[in-house]
Design a protein around this ligand. Structure first.
Ligand SMILES: *Cc1c(COP(=O)(O)O)cnc(C)c1O
Length: 400
């Protein structure tokens, strides 16, 4: 008999609240996962094969994509996508500087140049008007990021891409199941890239990734590129990567995919509950809360609040002291990363991205969080905000 631990312990009201709790999720699916893992071990077929084929078909159906190609990580999905398009030295790719590092490193990895455009300060996603302005004769593709689980404003981006004969690679690593105008992330561009890193809404038992596309030729090339460019019988017409999805990952992910919509719905409920709790606590106007844009379906991979006026770091430290799991995604925008200094971006050049990097905090939003712990997060936030605000008021008075 497997012993199922209670998901929340309301009596333990002083226990810290984690930012994410994968153990709690595992307890709800332990038997299903164990069955799948045992099946893979009994077969001893570990790389690609039937488990991966089946999972790829599941994702194609889930996203309404014609083809899905599993690979070793979300980062590799982006690299393979660019390789399949033949993008390399001399080419420019437009993307957002307010994202995880891999969004830009994939471009550098294939020898092309990232061109960063600023974000919309409300959704934190790429500003479509800025994309239009950044296009040059060298531009080959656009990589919009569906940050935190909400799709970028894809219609204007796609229009701009078609007009200029550019490919669109969605960085959908945080957005599996997110919807934009009735269509899922992954089918809103030329290709969609997903990550199954454990903390994503669909997380594996290690690294994993996948690319979706409706284009048959791109799909064939991607399948070749993930196995060293081998088109069969050790015949290589180009140099690819070793970047395959493991059967174990596919088996675990196929189990979890069946629960994905339930978990994402719970995250959405948690987001609504935060809004109500913060309203009731009288702090809804002292922090900025995430919004769901019209015709979008947000899956809340992260729940991001914004603290203005240089108070973010103090609020973050205060929350941590109260035992509230929280984090900054991401503290340094990509155009200001040391490894990209040769691109010659300056501080102040992409102000909305730089402000967001200084003002945002991620709060716990995972499906198993529970109302009681959410109430504690909000109470702690209220207390910390009051402390930080009174400190600032005193400083201002002293200065006056
Ligand atoms: C997680 C993530 C990636 C990279 O995925 P890995 O599987 O960790 O390589 C890329 N882009 C974004 C926006 C991500 O959140």
């Amino acid at each position: 008999m497997t012993q199922i631990l209670p998901l929340s312990r309301p009596q333990d009201s002083a226990a810290p609240v984690p930012l994410i709790d994968l153990v709690a999720q595992y307890q709800t699916i332990r038997d299903e996962v164990q069955t799948a893992v045992t099946r893979v071990f009994e077969r001893q077929s570990f790389v690609l094969g039937e488990e991966v084929d089946n999972f790829e078909n599941d994702i194609s159906e889930y996203c309404d994509a014609r083809h899905s190609i599993g690979c070793a990580s979300g980062t590799d999905a982006l690299v393979l996508g660019l390789m399949a398009l033949g993008i390399g030295p001399g080419d420019e790719v437009i993307t957002s500087p307010y994202s995880f590092f891999a969004t830009a490193s994939c471009i550098v990895r294939v020898g092309a140049r990232p061109v960063f455009v600023d974000i919309d300060p409300v959704t934190y996603n790429m500003n479509p008007a800025a994309v239009e302005a950044a296009i040059t004769r060298k531009t080959r593709a656009i990589i919009p990021v569906h940050l935190y689980g909400q799709c970028a404003e894809m219609d204007p981006i796609w229009r701009c891409a078609t007009k200029n004969h550019l490919a669109v690679i969605e960085d959908a690593c945080q957005a599996i199941g997110s919807v934009y105008r009735g269509r899922k992330a992954g089918v809103l561009g030329t290709m969609g890239c997903f990550s199954f890193f454990p903390t994503k809404n669909l997380g594996g038992a290690g690294d994993g990734g996948l690319i979706t596309t409706d284009d048959r030729d791109l799909a064939a090339r991607l399948k070749r590129l993930r196995v060293h460019g081998d088109f069969g019988g050790y015949n290589h017409i180009e140099v690819g990567l070793n970047s395959r999805l493991d059967a174990l990952q596919a088996a675990v992910l196929a189990v979890k995919l069946k629960h994905l919509d339930t978990w994402s719905a719970a995250r959405r409920e948690n987001a609504d509950r935060y809004r109500h709790l913060m309203q009731d606590a009288g702090i809804a106007d002292r922090v900025e809360l995430p919004t769901e844009a019209a015709e979008h379906h947000h899956i809340y991979n992260q729940f991001i609040i914004r603290v203005r006026d240089g108070k973010r770091d103090e609020v973050l430290a205060g929350l941590k002291k109260q035992g509230i799991g929280c984090a900054i995604y991401y503290p340094r925008p990509l155009h200001l990363q040391e490894c990209f200094s040769s691109l010659q971006y300056r501080a102040g050049q992409l102000p909305e991205s730089e402000l967001a990097a200084n003002e945002t905090i991620a709060l716990p939003i995972f499906a198993e969080l529970g109302a009681e712990r959410q109430a504690r997060v909000v109470q702690s936030l209220k207390k910390v905000l009051a402390e930080v605000e009174s400190r600032h008021t005193k400083t201002i008075r002293r200065a006056a």
